[in-house]
Design a protein around this ligand. Structure first.
Ligand SMILES: [Zn+2]
Ligand SMILES: [Zn+2]
Length: 339
């Protein structure tokens, strides 16, 4: 395998706001690893935070990109079940399997997760332990949604929806829209979405929402409550990550209901929670971080959800900075980078 130990073109994060497309060394292929040619890689909201320098555990220089779809080019000697030509995606980090949380089966909380990024490049090396086959016959590029779907699935699980529940989703970005699809599939009797962006509201209706509320023209919480029998939703998901939308989500839930907080708030954000109201109405608040063993199900579900509707923009690796700007501007839902 001549080109295994070599270089690849990659968008290297070199410091706050700096993405430079350049040659990047490819490590030697170990026995339990595969070499993947990247087909495309989604840009995630978390990538914006990292590139801005807002996530302390990430230090430049480094190649980011964790929503990846690729094709195996070469395999290490110990690889079984995967072969060159296979289309794959992978978990962006692996638990250590040795810490307190891993032993408790709470791998999402592992303190020594090993990141496996590298999607913003032409080629990258991935351990077999992180790999999943992408089902055949998916729409072009739809496999990049495996990773965000694994996160949405975990949030969905934490909401413990029952068939017939009325569900609210605050925020119609990628995760919010995936939650809409999952709520629909789980038998929700009503799915209400709130988002100020008309394009995202339209998309929400296309992928399964019954009503899309514009919080810019009407109080979203009042509308949601009115639509849900005057009481509020059984389950409401917050998929934005601001204090105001977190408070809205609590207020949009009926007494005895569940608010699931998924959106990533800035580290210093705080919110004045109406404690007596939360207590008096017996609310359950689920705060969700990453995923726990949901990648397998996400991959299996991909062909059954209209995930390709979320793929709004595509840029080449050389123009990756434009892709980041598109996502930042709110014009895009899912931007993919195609090396
Ligand atoms: Zn992501
Ligand atoms: Zn661990």
């Amino acid at each position: 395998v001549a080109d295994v130990a070599g270089v690849t073109k990659a968008a290297v994060w070199r410091g706050p706001g700096q993405l430079v497309v350049q040659d990047w060394p490819l490590p030697e292929l170990h026995d339990d690893e595969v070499l993947v040619r990247v087909s495309c890689c989604g840009v995630c909201g978390s990538d914006l935070h990292i590139v801005d320098g807002g996530v302390p555990e990430f230090v430049p220089p480094r190649v980011l990109g964790h929503e990846v779809l690729g094709v195996i080019e070469a395999i290490g000697r110990a690889i079984t079940g995967f072969a060159p030509g296979d289309e794959v995606s992978w978990e962006p980090s692996l638990p250590c399997r040795a810490c307190f949380y891993c032993h408790e089966g709470e791998d999402g909380l592992c303190e020594q997760r090993v990141p496996i990024l590298g999607g913003f490049a032409k080629r990258t090396v991935v351990p077999q332990r992180a790999l999943y086959h992408v089902p055949p016959g998916l729409p072009d590029r739809a496999g990049v949604l495996a990773e965000p779907l694994s996160c949405a699935l975990y949030a969905h699980d934490r909401g413990r929806l029952k068939v017939g529940d009325q569900v609210a989703v605050i925020g119609a970005g990628t995760i919010g829209l995936l939650l809409v699809m999952l709520a629909r599939r789980s038998g929700a009797s009503l799915v209400v979405v709130s988002d100020p962006n008309p394009r995202k509201r339209e998309l929400a209706l296309q992928v399964g929402a019954d009503v899309a509320v514009d919080p810019g023209t009407e109080p979203a919480v009042e509308r949601i409550r009115r639509l849900c029998g005057g009481r509020g939703a059984e389950v409401a998901f917050e998929a934005v990550g601001t204090a105001a939308t977190c408070l809205d989500t609590l207020a949009a839930v009926r007494s005895g209901g569940t608010a699931v907080l998924v959106g990533i708030s800035p580290p210093a954000a705080t919110a004045p929670v109406p404690l007596f109201d939360v207590l008096r109405r017996d609310l359950t608040i689920e705060a969700v971080w990453l995923r726990r063993f949901t990648f397998q199900r996400a991959v299996a579900l991909l062909p059954q959800l209209p995930v390709d509707r979320l793929l709004s923009h595509s840029v080449s690796l050389a123009r990756i900075a434009e892709g980041f700007d598109l996502l930042r501007s709110g014009k895009a839902v899912k931007v993919v980078v195609e090396p």
